[in-house]
Design a protein around this ligand. Structure first.
Ligand code: NAD
Length: 446
């Protein structure tokens, strides 16, 4: 039975990281009573105190408003969560297994183990984490034994960090992987505040298709980025300009300009591990040959990091040993403090490995970067990082880097090469201030 008040299901969120914290806050914002749980008690304490433990534009305000309104609470008790909720969203991490390509499903299984004995009959467990195809069926089998009368659905999440709130409150589409009509009906009622307002398309599918939509989407996006970065490699061989090429391609509506930006490639907690896990799962299913191209996509992506190091090595005269290098950017993309598999930090580490003295500045990700790469030196401003540097490398396209004053930085740097790995600076402005402007995939003098 349901204990919903006013016909509204009570929601819970299991795992309050980037996805779960955002989902919990946004569901409360839509008017639901929400209770969220995490095994990380520090995270729960901070969230309960109104503090988002990571940087996500707009999320703090919504968290505080919904805590104040009494619609949103946090707990460390799975039993409390199981008893409270009609619908339980699984939002725990599914990272890459250390030393392997596959996803680590142990957090998901641990969450189900903690919840299952306490779940109420008639409640619905909804997976949102990104998983290898077949995971939902396996979890449904577990629930059938460990929590009879509790159903499972799979509802993959497509939010982008940096736009997490707007993506959650106004998604492009919703995907409901269900095994029954009642499960579909419950999901439709949960998302009704969104679908009623925006006529959001809803795709109803079986578990496997729903799971596949997510990894297929991320594989496509990763492929598009590596495609244009492969073109950058070809451009480098013939002194062509990949940014002009990309611009011309993007004007073809069938291709489009999104995710067609050449640079230092993709990173973060999703794309890299998702394409690797997808490839590994395809191998297990005997269709590995269908996804061999994803290994190429990964390799092209990683080669761009070496290319940036090569440009830096050339800039400092052939050897990075003992050379001071400034790195601008640590997060895997702007408007995020996430450094998981960040190309920026990876390049910083490669430069460090080649003997350079690396100083990193990032507007938001310094704390996370320090934890991930304690061996590097960190600065609290771009000017501080650039002071004394023999080469400066821009690796994350934060808006504030576009506003840097190249003339002022020129007075601080020991040598004047700027390597714009993201193609975001105004090259004419930097050249006018006396800098040698270098960017991957482009001839030296463009
Ligand atoms: P995250 O690491 O930020 O958060 C995961 C959270 O789960 C952590 O707070 C962790 O403490 C918690 N957790 C681990 N085991 C738990 C357990 N047994 N019970 C309760 N909580 C537990 O990861 P994330 O970025 O939020 O990603 C979560 C999932 O969502 C992944 O599958 C990811 O691929 C997917 N996803 C992420 C994004 C994104 O932009 N970050 C977008 C779409 C999908």
């Amino acid at each position: 039975g349901t204990n919903a008040t006013a016909g509204r299901p009570r929601l819970t969120v299991i795992g309050t990281g980037y996805l779960g914290a955002t989902h919990a806050v946004c569901m409360a914002q839509l008017g639901f009573d929400v209770l969220a749980v995490d095994v990380d008690t520090t995270k729960i304490e901070r969230l309960a105190a109104g503090e988002v433990p990571f940087f996500e534009p707009g999320l703090d305000e919504l968290l505080q408003a919904n805590l104040a309104a009494g619609r949103l609470r946090f707990t460390s008790s799975f039993e409390e969560v199981a008893r409270f909720g009609d619908v339980h969203f699984l939002c725990v991490g599914t990272p890459q297994l250390p030393g392997r390509q596959n996803a680590d499903l142990s957090y998901l299984h641990a969450a189900v183990t903690a919840l299952a004995p306490h779940l109420r009959r008639g409640s619905l467990v909804v997976g949102k984490s990104t998983v290898p195809v077949g995971t939902a069926a396996a979890l449904a089998d577990r629930l059938a034994v460990e929590a009879p009368g509790v159903e499972l659905a799979w509802n993959p999440e497509f939010l982008r960090e940096g736009f997490a709130v707007e993506d959650t409150l106004r998604p492009d589409r919703l995907v409901f992987g269900v095994a029954s009509t009642p499960a579909e009906t419950i999901l439709r009622s949960v998302y009704a505040p969104i679908t009623n307002q925006y006529e959001t398309p809803v795709i109803v599918a079986d578990f496997a298709t729903a799971e596949l939509v997510k990894v297929a989407a991320n594989s496509f996006l990763a492929t598009k980025i590596s495609y244009i970065n492969a073109m950058a490699e070809v451009c480098e061989a013939v002194d062509a300009d990949v940014t002009t090429l990309a611009q011309a391609l993007s004007l073809d509506e069938r291709i489009g300009g999104k995710f067609l930006r050449p640079g230092v490639g993709f990173g973060g907690g999703c794309l890299p591990k998702d394409i690797r896990a997808f490839r590994a799962r395809a191998d297990e299913l005997g269709v590995g040959h269908s996804l061999t191209f994803l290994s190429e996509v990964d390799e092209i992506n990683l080669r761009r990091r070496d290319r940036i190091v090569q440009l830096a090595r050339t800039a400092v005269g052939g050897s990075l040993a003992g050379q001071p290098v400034a790195v601008l950017g640590a997060s895997f993309k702007p408007n995020s403090d996430d450094v998981r598999d960040s190309p920026a930090l990876a390049v910083a580490a490669l430069l460090d490995g080649a003997g350079a003295t690396v100083t990193v500045y990032d507007p938001m990700a310094l704390d996370n970067a320090r934890r991930a790469r304690p061996e590097l030196t960190y600065a609290t401003s771009a000017a501080e990082a650039v002071s004394g540097a023999k080469a400066t490398v821009l690796l994350t396209e934060w808006a504030e880097f576009g506003e840097l004053d190249p003339a002022e930085l020129a007075t601080l740097a020991a040598a004047h090469t700027i390597i714009d790995a993201r193609h975001t600076l105004d090259s004419a402005r930097w050249r006018a201030a006396g800098w040698t402007y270098v960017s991957p995939g482009r001839p030296a003098m463009t």
